[in-house]
Design a protein around this ligand. Structure first.
Ligand code: PMP
Length: 408
């Protein structure tokens, strides 16, 4: 039984006040809050087991290594990956995509090749490919967004072809709440002989994910958006592809043998984990995944689906409001704008009521241009948010609308 009030007890920060007001935290797409268990996992690591991993043969090093590698196995299982050797720890989605753009892209892309993205990509799944295209002569192609916020799949079928070497798309949009048909895109990519990368920053925290069922070759995610600490995320890749890739960063631990004039590489995943990693954070992410597993991702999804639908319906009743993204099959976030109110002013006014939302371009400037706006406001929900918090949001947005409307 999913009990949101019980869940909220695990998140001390949700009890705090912002001035006189109760905190209503609706900026989960930017980063989630952390349950006590994750914070305790960090403390326990530092108080009881802290040591560098892989190299040491003393007790603490063995304990820290076992916890770090245990976390790798938990995350691989959480993603439905058949084997944890394909799970690489990174700083987050951004670093994971840069890893692929460097270690796979620089080695495999040539002039005349194409990388297919969409118009709705976060900058972290666009800029790394712009840089790789500049260095290799490859071209970027973009699947357009239809007016309802879904992908133009007819155009995707036309764009993905013999020149395509990689299709790289968001699983779920951090602006539109759209869930993309990545299984179908992976089929199209593979039929064309290309690889498929999924930016899972907004899906792994919210939806059950199974990389085998999705049929992707790479899956990138950020720990801090899924109850874990900042500074850690992951890239899952098919082991046979990772084996063939160049290293990303050079240094300690990623090598097998080093000579003055050349080196050979460690096995995956260590080939991609140069230097001292964010050990405590990786262990903390393991604790976050335990927490999500115990709640059950199907239950988390159902809670957020209901909350998102409720928020979408209640907000749509506000006069003049524009809501972005599809009406159905959404994740639990809502982007919106009000006539006569700049999203920054709106979020400032909401902050005075203790309500934390995000406003801006959400690191999706090309998508903002496609939508014809400079910025939107965005309320994003997570597993601990409640209908009462949605009501607080709707009340505050309505009051702001009336307040600014008076000057219009
Ligand atoms: N992709 C998407 C869809 C995102 O929402 C974000 C974070 N806003 C990222 C990538 C980047 O994640 P990070 O900053 O954790 O690397």
């Amino acid at each position: 039984m999913y009990n949101v009030q019980e869940i909220r007890h695990d998140f001390s920060i949700l009890k705090r006040r912002v001035g006189e007001k109760k905190l209503v935290y609706l900026d989960n797409a930017a980063t989630s809050q952390k349950p006590r268990r994750v914070i305790e996992a960090l403390t326990e690591h530092y108080e009881q087991h802290n040591a560098n991993i892989q190299r040491g043969v003393h007790r603490l090093a063995e304990e820290a290594t076992a916890a770090y590698e245990g976390s790798r196995e938990k995350i691989a299982r959480f993603l439905g990956a058949p084997d944890s050797c394909g799970l690489i720890f990174t700083r987050g989605t951004t670093e994971s995509i840069n890893l692929v753009a460097h270690a796979w892209g620089r080695k495999n892309l040539r002039e005349g090749d194409e990388v297919v993205l969409t118009e709705a990509e976060h900058h972290s799944n666009l800029v790394p490919w712009q840089l790789a295209a500049r260095d290799t002569g490859a071209k970027l192609r973009f699947v357009p967004i239809l007016d309802d916020g879904t992908l133009d799949m007819e155009e995707a079928e036309r764009l993905i072809g013999p020149r395509t070497k990689l299709v790289s798309v968001i699983h779920a949009s951090n602006v539109l709440a759209t869930i993309n048909p990545v299984e179908r895109l992976a089929e199209l990519a593979h039929d064309a002989g290309a690889l498929m990368l999924v930016d899972g920053a907004q899906s792994a925290p919210h939806l059950p994910v199974d990389v085998e069922a999705l049929g992707c070759d790479f899956f990138a995610g950020s720990g801090h958006k899924m109850l874990g600490p900042t500074g850690v995320g992951f890239l899952w890749g098919r082991p046979e592809i990772l084996d063939e890739m160049d290293p990303f960063l050079g240094g300690g631990e990623m090598i097998r043998e080093v000579h003055l004039d050349h080196s050979t590489w460690n096995d995956i995943p260590h080939k991609f984990e140069a230097g001292t990693m964010n050990i405590a954070q990786a262990i903390g992410l393991g604790a976050a995944v335990d927490y999500l597993d115990e709640l059950g991702m199907e239950n988390v999804r159902e809670h957020e689906r209901r909350l998102g639908e409720y928020a979408y319906r209640r907000l749509s009743e506000i006069e003049g409001i524009v809501l972005y993204g599809p009406e159905e099959d959404r994740t639990g976030l809502v982007s919106f704008s009000l006539p006569d109110v700049h999203p920054h002013d709106l979020s400032q006014i909401l902050d005075e009521e203790g309500i934390a939302i995000r406003s801006g371009h959400h690191c999706c400037q090309p998508l903002m241009r496609r939508l014809g706006v400079a910025a939107t406001a965005r309320a994003s929900f997570y597993l601990y948010n409640t209908e009462e918090e949605v009501d607080a949001l709707v009340g505050a947005v309505t009051r702001a609308r009336e307040f600014f409307g008076a000057f219009a």
